[in-house]
Design a binder for this molecule. Structure first.
Ligand SMILES: NC(=O)c1ccc[n+]([C@@H]2O[C@H](COP(=O)([O-])OP(=O)(O)OC[C@H]3O[C@@H](n4cnc5c(N)ncnc54)[C@H](O)[C@@H]3O)[C@@H](O)[C@H]2O)c1
Length: 290
């Protein structure tokens, strides 16, 4: 049973994971390479739980208790007693490898390591840790407190006991799980990203405008967000890097990233986080950029 979790990376995913685990009664140690990111994460968590309190989904006391369970870890030694480490740092393989290498010597032998990677090979990351049987992918979705799924990715060496522990924890967090084998993009991004990329191709080839493409998928296919709106929400750099992982890992040209997606990323138009992507967010309502 998992009672204490170390979360490495306190960005948008790390703060969401800390939020749901602390509310579920688990002790959280939060660590980031940038100390200010942890401070910002704790403020964000407080504000996000306030919204749940206002809706009556969470009591004011539960908020106080949850925030008291979140502590800042100054360095890896603070994670020595954690039952589980969830790595939610930047989506770069060298960054994640360096984190696992550095944290490993401080952990108990039975501590499980999980990565929230959206696309990198769980088997390859696990193999470099020396505890591949206790290594797993725990893929949360953004925003974590709202999205109901945890996609659990088993590396080739992940043990049944590790899988069961993580599946049980996910249920305790109120999430439904779906198990994926460890292939590029797993399930969600293997299916979602080619659709988003195809929507960018439809725009690139002039099949439809941004508004027409998003309206078609929302009203014609009952998607809650259009694919271009969703791409802006995820981040166009993230979309591009996942397409690159699919192309490299599956060696099929059907996964080639649309040149227009590449151009937006080169321009620094990364979506909501930079204020401009397929839509311009400096005006309300957001205005299509093509
Ligand atoms: N954004 C999404 O929709 C989404 C969804 C599912 C999974 N993910 C995955 O979650 C992970 C984090 O994504 P995010 O959107 O939260 O990114 P983010 O940029 O918001 O946060 C990443 C954090 O990691 C920190 N970091 C970088 N190097 C570090 C290190 N060596 N040690 C400790 N902290 C370090 C950064 O300072 C930053 O605060 C990525 O692997 C991403 O693919 C993202």
């Amino acid at each position: 049973m998992i009672n204490s979790i170390g979360i490495i990376g306190a960005g948008q995913m790390g703060n969401g994971i800390a939020h749901v685990t602390a509310l579920a009664g688990i002790d959280v140690l939060l660590l980031d390479a940038k100390p200010e990111a942890v401070e910002k994460a704790i403020v964000t968590i407080g504000k996000n739980i306030d919204r749940q309190v206002a809706k009556g989904a969470v009591t004011a006391q539960a908020k106080v208790d949850a925030l008291a369970r979140i502590r800042v870890a100054a360095d890896y030694t603070a994670l020595a007693h954690a039952d589980l480490i969830i790595e939610a740092a930047t989506e770069k393989e060298d960054v994640k490898r360096a984190i696992f290498k550095a944290v490993q010597p401080h952990l108990r032998d039975d501590t499980i390591l999980a990565t929230n990677t959206s696309s990198l090979s769980v088997t390859r990351l696990g193999a470099a840790t020396g505890r591949a049987d206790r290594f797993i992918g725990m893929h949360f979705f953004n925003p974590v407190p709202v999205m109901k799924l945890v996609e659990i990715i088993r590396g080739i060496a992940t043990s049944e006991a590790t899988y069961e522990t993580i599946a049980e924890l996910s249920r305790r967090l109120g999430k439904t799980t779906a198990m994926s084998e460890d292939y590029p993009g797993f399930m969600a991004n293997r299916i979602l990203m080619p659709m988003i990329n195809e929507a960018v191709y439809a725009l690139y080839e002039g099949v439809g405008t941004i508004t027409a493409i998003d309206t078609t998928m929302k009203l014609g296919c009952n998607h809650p967000m259009g694919p271009l709106e969703l791409a802006d929400f995820i981040g166009l750099d993230t979309c591009l890097s996942i397409m690159q992982v699919l192309l490299d890992g599956l060696s099929d040209t059907k996964y080639r990233p649309c040149p227009l997606l590449v151009k937006y990323v080169e321009a620094g138009w990364l979506g909501r986080k930079t204020g401009r992507g397929f839509y311009d967010y400096s005006v309300t309502p957001a205005k299509p950029t093509r």
